[in-house]
Design a protein around this ligand. Structure first.
Ligand SMILES: *Cc1c(COP(=O)(O)O)cnc(C)c1O
Length: 382
């Protein structure tokens, strides 16, 4: 469609590569009150709950305009009452961002921060909670996209429940590919967005909320537009968004859900991503790259690779050369280590990973970094 300016393959933490059929679903004008659109909104809300499955007697789905951060902020600024106190579990930039939201909104805050290569486990959180006071809410990131770390959200849940606190999980980059047991993990608010593992385009996010916890949020919000209770109540009353919805994004999202079903659901999608990740890691290791995290802590969502020590390696040049070949990788975001990241989510197949590895090998040779590693037999003419 744009011959002079073709799409890149995106190996990023999102927005991601999407299918043509998802993009084509946007080629329609609809008003925000049209019955077609309202039916799509209803269906999307129901289908998100069905992915768990998260039983409709116990859980509600709220759609919220904005990027993922807006949706996390809608929960942080709505769920916690004036006399509440949030414990933010931080082992990366997204956890740190949650703590920052609490500060901006004047919410009482306790932060438990560990190194970015260390994962949160039940023991770690329990030992902190044993001496902490007045915690009413605990927030954690599931896949900390900063590093690729997968925190143990399901094991931490019972520890949070044991002190009677409410549990908020940012599952932005994992929902739709990693099954999450909301009920078993006592998760009250599970947050994700359109443009991650569901493979839609950017523009809104969603919250799956335990109904009791959602009702408890009534009147707590510190903002008008990000009030999750009002957003939900409005949608329940007449099916409408309170303010202009991202119509085309939601149409694309409905198609993305169809394609998730066609692929075989959350487990099948996770399996494709896992195969992408395994192929990427073995190819990159063969090229001489080191992976930042230990294998047992690493998700299949995104992987951080240490910069090679070879003096000819410059990340900006490496990135630019790959970009010109049609591959977008991602800079690092770690506080103390120089890494870059490669995502393995989105409409990316095994053949795309092979093509990326071949391009990386070629770029390393062009940059004169090739002598740090043996050729791995990839076909460079591809
Ligand atoms: C992508 C992401 C977000 C949201 O980022 P936006 O740029 O606002 O979409 C939040 N948390 C995690 C863990 C993410 O991966």
């Amino acid at each position: 469609m744009h011959p002079g300016n073709p799409s890149k393959l995106l190996f990023t933490p999102g927005p991601l590569t999407t299918s043509n059929t998802v993009k084509e679903a946007m080629l329609r004008d609809l008003g925000s009150l049209d019955s077609d659109f309202l039916a799509t909104v209803r269906s999307v809300r129901t289908r998100l709950l069905a992915l768990g499955p998260y039983p409709a007697e116990e859980y509600e789905c709220i759609l919220m305009q904005g990027s993922g951060t807006y949706v996390v902020e809608s929960v942080i600024s709505s769920a916690i009452p004036r006399d509440g106190k949030l414990l933010a579990l931080v082992n990366g930039a997204y956890g740190r961002r949650i703590a920052q939201m609490a500060r901006v909104h004047g919410i009482a805050l306790d932060v438990l921060e560990v190194e970015e290569n260390r994962k949160f486990t039940a023991e770690l959180v329990a030992s902190h909670l044993a001496s902490a006071e007045g915690i009413t809410h605990v927030a954690v990131v599931h896949c900390e996209t900063t590093s690729g770390m997968l925190n143990q959200v399901e094991e931490i849940g019972p520890v949070v429940r044991a002190i009677g606190a409410s549990y908020i999980v940012d599952a932005m980059s994992s929902f739709g590919a990693v099954p999450i047991d909301m009920a078993g993990a006592h998760i009250d608010f599970l947050i994700s967005s359109a443009n991650k593992c569901i493979e839609g385009v950017p523009g809104f996010g969603f919250i799956l909320a335990n109904r009791r916890a959602l009702h408890a949020a009534k009147g707590n919000a510190r903002t008008l537009s990000l009030d999750i209770y009002d957003q939900w109540a409005g949608m329940e009353a007449d099916g409408h968004f309170r303010f202009t919805p991202p119509i085309q994004t939601i149409l694309a999202f409905e198609q993305a859900l169809n394609e998730l079903d066609e692929e075989g659901g959350v487990r099948a999608r996770g399996e494709r991503y896992r195969q992408n990740h395994l192929a990427l890691c073995s190819g990159m290791r063969a090229l001489g790259f080191e992976i930042y995290l230990a294998d047992e802590d690493q998700s299949f969502i995104i992987t951080s690779f240490r910069y090679p020590t070879h003096p000819a390696f410059q990340f900006a040049e490496f990135y630019e050369r790959l970009w010109k070949l049609g591959f977008a990788i991602y800079p690092g975001k770690l506080s103390h280590e120089v890494c870059f990241r490669i995502g393995t989510i989105g409409r990316i197949m095994a053949s795309d990973i092979e093509a990326l590895l071949a391009a990386i090998q070629r770029v390393l040779q062009e940059m004169g970094v090739a002598d740090m590693r043996e050729a791995i037999g990839l076909d460079l003419r591809r």
